[in-house]
Write a protein that binds this ligand. Sequence first.
Ligand code: NAI
Length: 356
Amino acid sequence: MKLAVFSVKPYDKVYLTQAAEHDPDSGGKIEIEYHEFALSSETVSLATGASAVCVFVNDTLTEDVLTSLHSRGVRAILLRCAGYNNVDIKTASRLGLFVANVPAYSPEAVAEFAVALVQTLNRNTHRAYNRVREGNFALDGLLGRTLHGKTVGIVGTGKIGVAFARIMQGFGCELLAYDPFPNPDFNKYGEYTTLEDLLSRADVVSLHCPLLPPTRHIINEASLRLMKEGAMLVNTSRGGLIDTKAVIAALKKQQLGGLALDVYEHESAFFYNDHSGTIIEDDDLMRLTTFHNVLVCGHQAFFTAEALGEIAGATIRNLTDFVHGRTCQNSLVQSSEEQGAAPTLRARSDTIPIRI
Ligand code: NAI
């Protein structure tokens, strides 16, 4: 069984190799070929001879690419992420390809990163680090606020939102949440309210809902106006939740007191790659990096050893489920081998089109 892995980074190699070696069902029989290139119509020939391909968020599996993969003998598509908006699922289904993703991994990793962003921005540890290295021990400009007793608003109380609530309760914060589908797990941490009420009362607003048509630009000019003056906004969820131009305007007016982003609406052109030797043509992204009270990270909230281990383990398990003809709980399309007849789309309530 040859598996061609695309868009590979050094850390992917480490974790996937380990997972393939340690999976009890792989029998050491998975031969992995790693490619740094993204899978696209230009690079699809690299999958020749492979029975399965493993892809990430920026690989494009259009009808052409899937048809070409199928004609080269590929029968399984393994997404090492939750989102599958980059895969033409209908074509995969028509071709009888097996497609599986990793719908959930280490929500605590993302929640802990959101807390790290809150505290970095609040206590200016990023600025202190740079100052001290230059022998500057002055404290002006580093003034923070004690989190104890402050109100934190959580938009989206799924796995990550609840993990974030658990940590913020430990800081002694008052917790408010907005979610059209309330989660009973949140009740022990705080109270549900409307989005408008949350925005008007919270000192820190943290976004943990998926990007869907109704949540696109949930933070916009009107919602920013509702926020408490000087409040902090944190987004570790999806860039498209925030109207970037509106937050830039709110920062310039000093209405918004701080902004911490792990995700950005147009991140796919830049994130996960080194652009330090080129001119970045995205003026909004560059403007954001000029504010002293804005932190931008390159979509790394999930990036812990534990989460990478879980992603790699689940990816290899999805493959061995396919190889052994077992029902795969992460399959998005059941292959013709699994079905015995025409493949179908498997409806899963927990899968959301645009996620990592
Ligand atoms: P989840 O599916 O467990 O929870 C999402 C919650 O959002 C649900 O409770 C849902 O009811 C709620 N929701 C849906 N529509 C809403 C709306 N209009 N307003 C408020 N809430 C709404 O998802 P999970 O695992 O907690 O992940 C949350 C998001 O975190 C993902 O959608 C993904 O975009 C992001 N994420 C980011 C990562 C990173 O590395 N930065 C890694 C993993 C996920």
